[in-house]
Design a protein around this ligand. Structure first.
Ligand SMILES: [Zn+2]
Length: 135
């Protein structure tokens, strides 16, 4: 798999903070209820903190009470890449940025949240950067 944005590991390490690097490049998970965007209602666009690609918008963010920012749909279907993840003894679907391959979180479905897609993109705040809508 190759991405539009590819950098050597040492460059990612230099450009990201240690906590950003751990999540984005090593697929760590930030502790629940600690991320800066968990309860954010601000209108705007969430982009990838590693490469700046637009990934999600406030339009599809909803209150999941799971401790991480949750979206029922990405901004564009091809903005994210979905990969089967069999780590930690579970079968989950990993969500990555389609432009740079950085880890964002996981997507779950059929949980009964009553959103239009019945999906929950459970995304680490630290993988995202919110740009507020103007005006
Ligand atoms: Zn990216």
């Amino acid at each position: 798999m190759s991405y539009d944005v590819e950098k050597p590991d040492e460059q990612w390490r230099a450009e990201l903070t240690p906590s950003e690097y751990a999540v984005l490049r090593q697929a760590a998970t930030e502790p629940a209820f600690t991320g800066e965007y968990t309860n954010t209602k601000t209108k705007g666009v969430y982009s990838c903190r590693a490469c700046g690609a637009d990934l999600f918008t406030s339009e599809t963010k909803f209150d999941s009470h799971c401790g991480w920012p949750s979206f029922f749909d990405p901004k564009d279907t091809d903005a994210v890449e979905l990969i089967e993840d069999r780590s930690h003894g579970m079968v989950r679907t990993e969500v990555r940025c389609a432009r740079c391959g950085s880890h964002l979180g996981h997507v779950f479905e059929g949980e009964g949240y009553g959103t239009p897609t019945d999906q929950r993109y459970c995304i680490n705040s630290i993988s995202l950067r919110l740009t507020e809508d103007e005006g």
